[in-house]
Design a protein around this ligand. Structure first.
Ligand code: 2P0
Length: 352
């Protein structure tokens, strides 16, 4: 009987990351190879995280299963999930081939159970934390020796931005040059502890599912926007170098200006797509104006906004300016903005 075969299990969590230099555009849609490098800040897992348990056993039914927030997912039709799992299995298989004493986990059905402590697909980067947690949990289950950087190659195939959620702190995803994507990896630019004063405030403008899914939006932009090429070739490389220097120097005004400009350039390429794509709305634009007003009134740059493929704002600031920034934003936007759904998610940007 197989009913009392062992169950092997590993549990892990992965954080959300919010890009300050945006990933937008793929040069290879199957491998999720980007047209430009990107850089993100990893948020604290005390606030937003995916919790994932991966297990395998000869007792399980033959097909792999994935359960997300209590609901079974169709993984057989998800090429991205299948790609991650087959990559991880191949790495386990090569361990087993080299050591006959290891249990043959690579042949056993997988059961993956995952839970977000925040709204899924609400523009809060749930796919990034989700695929990072899936890859980390299965890698742990398989006792894989690969580093986070090497595992980022696998997570990237689940969702591009997921490759940046395998590390803490400030994380760069380098485009790479090779056609097989083997050099398109994430790497830590600085640990969270390098800049412990960094904070992020997430303003949930809408928790609804986004209008245009990222993959589809990227393809429209790649194929139709003239600005897009200019951004990828002439704008992002300099910004990557400049923001990495600002992070090393803990220069908040520099970090903030580059962050805001890159968010604006990304949304400009969306507007320049045909048909145009709008992710920001009137409430988002009110947040932009307010951040510029605060910075002007204070006489130094104390806050930076950034927007992903949806209307929600993430506002970065330093702990010493907490009352000034978070207090003002909450008081003004929380009270007056129409279309505001709240709640405010207040986040420590790093340091778990
Ligand atoms: C980013 N975004 O750098 C950018 C900024 C949204 C705007 O990565 O198609 O879910 O799965 O590779 O990673 C969202 O896109 O896209 C994203 P896929 P993903 O965070």
């Amino acid at each position: 009987s197989t009913s009392n075969q062992p169950v092997y299990r590993a549990t892990t969590t992965a954080p959300v990351n919010i890009a300050v230099i945006k990933y937008w555009g793929k040069r290879d849609i199957t491998l999720n190879l980007p047209t430009n490098s990107s850089l993100s800040v990893t948020l604290s897992q005390r606030s937003l995280r995916t919790l994932t348990t991966a297990s395998c056993s000869a007792n399980y039914p033959a097909e792999d299963t994935l359960n997300l927030n209590g609901k079974p997912q169709e993984i057989q039709s998800s090429k991205r999930t299948l790609a991650c799992l087959s990559n991880l299995r191949a790495l386990r298989k090569s361990l087993e081939d080299g050591d006959a004493s290891l249990p043959k986990l690579s042949t056993l059905p997988l059961r993956i159970v995952s839970e977000n402590n925040f709204p899924t697909a609400a523009g809060l980067a749930s796919s990034a934390a989700g695929f990072a947690a899936l890859v980390r949990a299965v890698a742990d289950l398989y006792s894989l020796p690969q580093s986070a950087r090497e595992l980022s190659r696998i997570a990237r195939q689940g969702s591009g931005s997921a490759c940046r959620s395998l590390m803490g702190g400030y994380v760069a995803w380098r485009t790479g040059e090779l056609a097989d994507g083997s050099d398109s990896l994430a790497e830590e630019v600085a640990p969270a502890a390098h800049w412990p004063e960094m904070r992020a405030l997430i303003l949930v403008v809408s928790a609804e599912k986004k209008d245009v899914p990222s993959t589809e939006g990227m393809q429209t932009t790649v194929h139709t926007s003239d600005l897009f090429d200019h951004r990828a070739k002439n704008v992002v490389p300099e910004r990557m170098a400049a923001i990495e220097a600002a992070i090393q120097a803990r220069d908040f005004p520099k970090f903030a200006e580059i962050t805001m400009r890159d968010s604006n350039t990304f949304h400009a390429t969306c507007l320049d797509s045909w048909p145009p794509i709008f992710y920001m709305n009137d409430v988002s634009r009110a947040a932009v104006r307010l951040v510029h007003d605060i910075n002007r009134a204070v006489g130094r740059t104390v806050a930076a906004y950034t927007f992903d493929a949806g209307p929600n704002a993430v506002i970065y600031y330093e702990e010493k300016d907490e009352a000034l920034v978070a207090g003002t934003v909450k008081a003004i936007l929380g009270a007056s903005a129409s279309g505001w759904e709240g709640p405010f998610y207040e986040k420590l940007a790093n340091a778990t």
